[in-house]
Design a protein. Structure first.
Ligand SMILES: C[S@@+](CC[C@H](N)C(=O)[O-])C[C@H]1O[C@@H](n2cnc3c(N)ncnc32)[C@H](O)[C@@H]1O
Length: 278
């Protein structure tokens, strides 16, 4: 199947998820509108650990911004934000959320790989992405070149993302065993599957077919290095924002962890900070 057919199936699937996510407790869109201090759980995770650092007054590009709650959370920290996503309904939702919450942001429809053509001659202080983002992208080296191209000299790249080892683990209950069901490396190609529901909210998806692409941690790090970035840190986290496996237990603040005694067995998320040399 040609790559653009995978992308097109994924876009149809994401378009269907937008109205469901807009009405979900997890995305808490109304809370974001009603409470000007409200910050998404994903951005709060970074703030609590001072991962990205101070964004005030900086231009920030969010690749794969979905319905904009993370993007606009960075705007509430003082960043001048631009969000890119290939789903038209998602970008429409971002614009609505920006207007209704009086939180400024620029939002554009574009495939990640085509975004340099849609935002020509633009560079940013920060390029940000993550949490269920790069698993939709077939080629991590090409993605890293897009990231590097969008950064100003001296600019910062930051990603918080599901750990590729966590993605490789079976999402079914195997008692106290951790079972691998999915490939770890990118070379294994896309994993196609069908789901009528989504991870947030209640509702049925019409376009059920979707394709994920795995990227090993080394593949992602080396792609960033080869694109000219300097790695500042790679953190592996023992918590994640969703129950990726039935054995996982709540860890507070909307996070999940492996059960007692198994916390050190599996990395659940990773974050990478890098910069473009001056
Ligand atoms: C899980 S969201 C990630 C954003 C954020 N972490 C969140 O949870 O809302 C994944 C987003 O990637 C977008 N996406 C998937 N493939 C894409 C592509 N090739 N180009 C641009 N956006 C893409 C989808 O439309 C979706 O909004």
């Amino acid at each position: 199947m040609p790559l653009d057919e995978y992308q097109s199936a994924n876009r149809d699937n994401w378009n269907d998820r937008v109205p469901i996510h807009l009405n979900s407790d997890e995305y808490a869109v109304q809370k974001f509108i009603d409470d000007p201090k409200h910050i998404s759980e994903v951005v709060q995770f970074d703030l609590d650990r001072n991962e990205l650092g101070d964004v005030a007054g900086k231009s920030l590009l969010h690749l794969q911004c979905h319905i904009g709650h993370d993007t606009l959370s960075w705007a509430r920290q003082g960043a001048e934000v631009t969000g890119v996503d290939f789903s038209e309904p998602a970008i429409e939702a971002c614009k609505n959320l920006s207007a209704k919450s009086s939180t400024p942001g620029e939002f554009v429809v574009a495939d990640v790989y085509d975004s340099p053509n849609v935002l020509p001659d633009r560079q940013f202080d920060i390029v940000y992405t993550g949490v269920g983002a790069i698993c939709w992208l077939p080629d991590i080296k090409r993605w890293a070149k897009v990231v590097a191209g969008f950064l100003k000299p001296g600019g910062t790249f930051y990603i918080l993302e599901g750990h590729p080892m966590m993605w490789a683990v079976s999402d079914e209950d195997h008692g106290d065993k951790i079972v691998l069901d999915w490939p770890y490396f990118e070379s294994a190609g896309p994993q196609g599957y069908e789901e009528t529901t989504t991870y947030a909210g209640a509702g049925t998806i019409e376009h059920t077919k979707q394709y994920n692409f795995t990227h090993g941690l080394g593949e992602t790090i080396n792609a960033l290095i080869q694109a000219g970035l300097v790695i500042d840190f790679v953190h592996e986290h023992k918590v994640v924002h969703w129950q990726a496996n039935p054995t996982m237990v709540p860890a507070g603040n909307g996070l999940w962890k492996m059960p007692d005694g198994k916390e050190d067995f599996l990395p659940l998320m990773h974050s990478i900070k890098a910069h473009k040399p001056e």
